[in-house]
Design a protein around this ligand. Structure first.
Ligand SMILES: NC(=O)c1ccc[n+]([C@@H]2O[C@H](COP(=O)([O-])OP(=O)(O)OC[C@H]3O[C@@H](n4cnc5c(N)ncnc54)[C@H](O)[C@@H]3O)[C@@H](O)[C@H]2O)c1
Ligand SMILES: O=C(O)C1=N[C@H](C(=O)O)CCC1
Length: 269
C-alpha cells in the first residue's frame, strides 16, 4: 500500500497559501490535512474551501500550528521570516518535512534554522520553480566562462505588495554568478544605485528591484561587455510554478535524512 503524505499549509490566506492549497487539493500524491493562519486572522475557525470562496473541503483553518503539524508529514511554509523560524522549531518537533519558500530572511535568521535541521528535513529556496533553478545553473556556468570584462547585473520585477528586496530569486542568481566567478557575493554586491555613485566598480554584481501592479516575478541576469551583451531571463506568469515545486519538495523529503536541502537537490540539477 502506498502512503499519501498529509500536508499543512501555513499562511493559508496569502497569495501563495491559497495557490498551495489548490495545488495540494488537486494532487493525488498528497492530501491537505491542515491550514494555519496567524492569531486573530478572520479565516481562523473557517473551512478553508469556503474561506477561498468555494465548497467545503473538511479542513478548518487553525492558529495552533503544533497541533496541525502533529497530524502531518510535511509543512509548506510561504509566510514571513519570524513566522518561518517559529514553524521550523514546531515542524522539527513534529518530525515534519519543512518546505520553506519564505524570502527576506537575514543570514542570522537562516543560521537559526540549523537546530531544527538536526531533527527534520528542511528544503528552502527563494524560488521553487524548475525554470529558475535551471537559470541558476546556467548563470553559474556563464559567469565561470566569462571574465570581469563582463559586468553582471541582476534585475528583478515583482508586484507592488512584495515587502523584501532584492527578491530571494535575485539573491540566488547573484550567489550563482559569484560562485561561477569564484568570489564571495558579500564582497562584490552593489544594491540599487542612487545619486553620484561614481563609476561602476569592475567585478561588482549589481541588483535592481522594480515593484509594480501584479507582476508575478521576472528576473534578468545581464552580462554586459564592450560591444556585446548576454541576457539570461526568466518570466513567471503563474504562481502555480512555485506551488508545484514546493509540493515536489514536500514529497521528495519523505524518508530523507534530517538536514538542510534546496531545490537543486530536489530537482537533481
Ligand atoms: N520560494 C518561492 O518560490 C516563492 C514564490 C512566491 C513567494 N515567495 C515568498 O513567500 C512569502 C509569502 O508570499 P505571498 O505573496 O504569499 O505573501 P502574502 O502576504 O500574500 O501571504 C503571507 C501569509 O502569511 C501569513 N502569516 C504571516 N505571519 C504568520 C504567522 N505567524 N502564522 C501564520 N500565518 C502567518 C499572513 O497572514 C499571510 O496570509 C514571501 O516571503 C514571498 O517572497 C516565495
Ligand atoms: O511574489 C513574491 O514575493 C515572490 N517571491 C520570490 C522571490 O523573492 O524571489 C519568488 C518570486 C515571487
Amino acid at each position: 500500500m502506498t502512503h499519501t503524505p498529509g500536508i499543512v499549509i501555513t499562511g493559508a490566506s496569502g497569495r501563495m497559501g491559497q495557490m498551495l492549497m489548490k495545488t495540494v487539493l488537486d494532487s493525488d500524491a498528497a492530501k491537505l490535512v491542515g491550514a494555519v493562519e496567524r492569531k486573530g486572522h478572520d479565516w481562523v475557525g473557517r473551512d478553508v474551501g469556503e474561506a477561498m470562496g468555494g465548497q467545503p473541503v473538511g479542513v478548518t483553518v487553525t492558529d495552533d500550528a503544533l497541533e496541525a503539524f502533529s497530524h502531518a508529514q510535511a509543512v509548506i511554509d510561504f509566510t514571513a521570516p519570524d513566522a518561518t523560524l517559529e514553524f521550523a522549531a514546531l515542524a522539527a518537533q513534529a518530525r515534519c518535512v519543512h518546505v520553506i519558500g519564505t524570502t527576506g530572511m537575514s543570514d542570522e535568521q537562516i543560521a537559526r534554522l540549523e537546530p531544527a535541521s538536526r531533527h527534520a528535513v528542511i528544503v528552502r529556496a527563494g524560488n521553487m520553480s524548475l525554470g529558475v533553478n535551471l537559470l541558476v545553473q546556467l548563470t553559474k556556468k556563464v559567469a565561470a566562462a566569462l571574465d570581469e570584462d563582463f559586468d553582471i547585473e541582476v534585475i528583478e520585477a515583482h508586484h507592488h505588495h512584495k515587502v523584501d528586496a532584492p527578491s530571494g530569486t535575485a539573491l540566488m542568481l547573484g550567489e550563482a554568478a559569484a560562485e561561477g566567478r569564484g568570489v564571495d557575493l558579500n564582497d562584490v554586491s552593489d544594491r540599487g544605485r542612487d545619486g553620484i555613485t561614481g563609476a561602476r566598480k569592475r567585478g561588482d554584481i549589481g541588483f535592481h528591484a522594480v515593484r509594480g501592479g501584479d507582476i508575478v516575478g521576472e528576473h534578468d541576469v545581464l552580462f554586459a561587455a564592450p560591444g556585446e551583451r548576454i541576457v539570461l531571463r526568466h518570466l513567471a506568469t503563474d504562481r502555480a510554478i512555485f506551488a508545484r515545486g514546493a509540493l515536489k519538495a514536500a514529497l521528495w523529503g519523505q524518508g530523507k535524512a534530517p538536514g538542510e536541502y534546496d531545490m537543486v537537490d530536489v530537482l537533481g540539477l
